[in-house]
Design a protein around this ligand. Structure first.
Ligand SMILES: Cc1ncc(C[n+]2csc(CCOP(=O)(O)OP(=O)(O)O)c2C)c(N)n1
Ligand code: SF4
Ligand SMILES: [Mg+2]
Length: 299
């Protein structure tokens, strides 16, 4: 009997198919990053049951809701503190923050800096579409000078953050940047960042054809992918101080930072073991991390 051939999408297993169709516009780059993330989960060897994803608010923030992982869709700008608490309460978890440039670097910028400074053991992915997309295309701290947004109809005069430099100078141990055209590299960097102890950061430049691209007359999502292909310079040896992004200027991509420093958890645990003695400290940890029953249950 002839058997019908079945072709299984390898990333399907990581998606909540019951939540489809998703909200993203045609040509949006966020979905491409989700595909890369799913492949990174396969590559990194981390048990998906030990992987949690935390996001804030925005089009990118919706990623957490579509992943078939332990997912947390938190308040705007607060994904990092939420993720930090999750990691400290359960160090066996790999905790990924998935955020937009506005969520992570505007309202959440303070948390970003301090989590990197402390080398908190979390992995942060930023989809940078150069604007606050979900709220209608306002300029963000990542919008290149001269680019137009609803809040800067003549072009913004504010200098944007250079995210790889910000992450490195604050203390991140792994820093990479790609565009959504570089799908293999994005997946590889995401997997490497997840396998890193400490604060790992991957920026993915992605099109928002409905708002940023349309207002700036940059064409469709596909046009942007071609533009990314032709205007990216891959140079992992580049000093992050020099990887600023100017409006319609070349984008430097690469894996810029991969260093080792003790993570926040390692430093805390070493300090406490020193203060209380290893045995007492381990007893205290067991006590604190004892699973609790249902909410409100008294011991
Ligand atoms: C406290 C608070 N302030 C403002 C908002 C409105 N808001 C929702 S998403 C967003 C910006 C999202 O931008 P970004 O993180 O870049 O995500 P994108 O939609 O571009 O993927 C803002 C300002 C909010 N939800 N909560
Ligand atoms: S508004 Fe922009 S970022 Fe949001 S889903 Fe549409 S294309 Fe993507
Ligand atoms: Mg954005």
């Amino acid at each position: 009997m002839a058997q019908s051939a079945t072709c299984k999408n390898p990333v399907e297993q990581y998606l909540r198919k019951d939540r489809m169709p998703h909200i993203w516009c045609p040509g949006c780059g966020i979905g491409t990053t989700v595909n890369c993330f799913s492949r990174a989960i396969e590559q990194c060897g981390i048990d998906p049951d030990k992987l949690a994803i935390v996001s804030g608010i925005g089009c990118t923030g919706r990623v957490a809701g579509y992943m078939d992982l332990d997912s947390f869709h938190t308040t705007h700008g607060r994904a990092i503190p939420f993720a930090t608490g999750l990691k400290l309460a359960n160090p066996e978890l790999k905790v990924v923050v998935y955020s937009g440039d506005g969520d992570l670097i505007a309202i959440g910028g303070n948390h970003f800096m301090h989590a990197a400074r402390r080398n908190v053991d979390i992995t942060v992915f930023c989809v940078n579409n150069f604007n606050y997309a979900m709220t209608g295309g306002q300029v963000a701290p990542t919008t290149p000078v001269d680019a137009v947004g609803t809040t800067a109809p003549h072009g913004t005069c504010e200098r944007p953050f250079n995210l790889p430099f910000l992450a490195e100078s604050c203390g991140a141990v792994y820093v990479a940047r790609w565009t959504s055209y570089h799908v293999r590299q994005v997946a590889k960097s995401m997997a490497e960042a997840m396998n890193k102890k400490g604060f790992g950061f991957v920026e993915v430049i992605a099109p928002c054809p409905t708002l940023y691209e349309r207002r700036n007359r940059l064409g469709s999502g596909l046009d942007r992918m071609k533009w990314f292909k032709e205007n990216s310079i891959i140079d992992s040896s580049m000093d992050t101080r020099y990887v600023d992004i100017g409006f319609q200027q070349k984008i430097v991509c690469g894996e810029f930072v991969d260093v080792d420093h003790p993570s926040y958890l390692e430093m805390t645990e070493a300090k406490m073991a020193n203060v209380y003695g290893q045995q007492r400290w381990e007893e205290m940890l067991r006590e604190q991390r004892k699973p609790i029953g249902s909410w409100g249950e008294k011991e």
